[in-house]
Design a protein around this ligand. Structure first.
Ligand SMILES: Nc1nc2c(ncn2[C@@H]2O[C@H](COP(=O)(O)OP(=O)(O)OP(=O)(O)O)[C@@H](O)[C@H]2O)c(=O)[nH]1
Length: 208
């Protein structure tokens, strides 16, 4: 289990496969640089970035799925810890940001679907929804995607959301390029959810 979760009442979590750009996004959202102990095989913990006065924090959860140099058992253990963390804190999690790599996400989802498995990304999407946590899909690395609309429509299709993707751009689908600081669409969607949750007091944390 992950230990040392700061005791905060409200939280926005980032989850996603390894290497999709969660740390980069976390840096953009908070303006803070984290040392992440990136060596494969090293035990991986959540990164919390928190504000005591408002009892709010962003949490970057460890990446799930394939990580080079990390054994399958270890990957499964990390995923189990992530699931427990989300279940245990569901009431405090205002938004779950599922970060995916826009360039590879469709291939990865389809590869796993063919094996009769539920792909991790799709599974996490439904898992958050079942817990009643609003899910935002931050589709990162859009700088590497040429056919943007087509790709985002495909992603909607795989997640059970009716295309066109623009229908979901207010509350669910946020194409971004975290590396270049292009995350306005995500900020807007987060604002929407904080407002819905009647937490306008927290808007300043998602606005630049
Ligand atoms: N082209 C492109 N690359 C990006 C973008 N955002 C992040 N990256 C790159 O993707 C790689 C992984 O980024 P990280 O932020 O370390 O990813 P992570 O999801 O935190 O990875 P884990 O710690 O393994 O879970 C780095 O080389 C980043 O520079 C983006 O918007 N576009």
């Amino acid at each position: 289990m992950f230990e040392h979760r700061p005791d905060r009442d409200a939280e926005i979590i980032l989850i996603g496969r390894s290497n999709v750009g969660k740390s980069t996004l976390m840096r953009e959202l908070t303006g803070h640089t984290f040392s992440t102990g990136k060596k494969p095989g090293v035990t991986r913990k959540p990164n919390h970035y928190d504000w005591n006065a408002e009892s709010f924090m962003f949490t970057d959860l460890p990446g799930f799925g394939f990580m080079s140099g990390v054994e399958k058992d270890m990957r499964e253990a990390i995923k189990t810890d992530i699931v427990h963390y989300i279940e245990d804190n569901a009431e405090k999690i205002l938004v779950g940001v599922l970060v995916v790599d826009g360039k590879s996400v469709i291939d990865i989802i389809d590869r796993h679907t063919n094996n009769d498995e539920i792909p991790h990304d799709v599974e996490m999407f439904y898992f958050l929804e079942e817990l009643g946590i609003p899910v935002v899909v931050a589709v990162n690395k859009m700088d590497k995607v040429d056919d943007k609309d087509e790709r985002l429509d495909e992603l909607c299709d795989r997640l059970g959301l009716y295309p066109p993707w623009q229908q979901w751009s207010d509350d669910t689908i946020a194409p971004i390029t975290a590396k270049r600081g292009q995350i306005t669409s995500l900020r807007e969607v987060l604002k929407h959810h904080l407002h819905e949750a009647k937490r306008d007091d927290l808007l300043k944390f998602v606005t630049k």
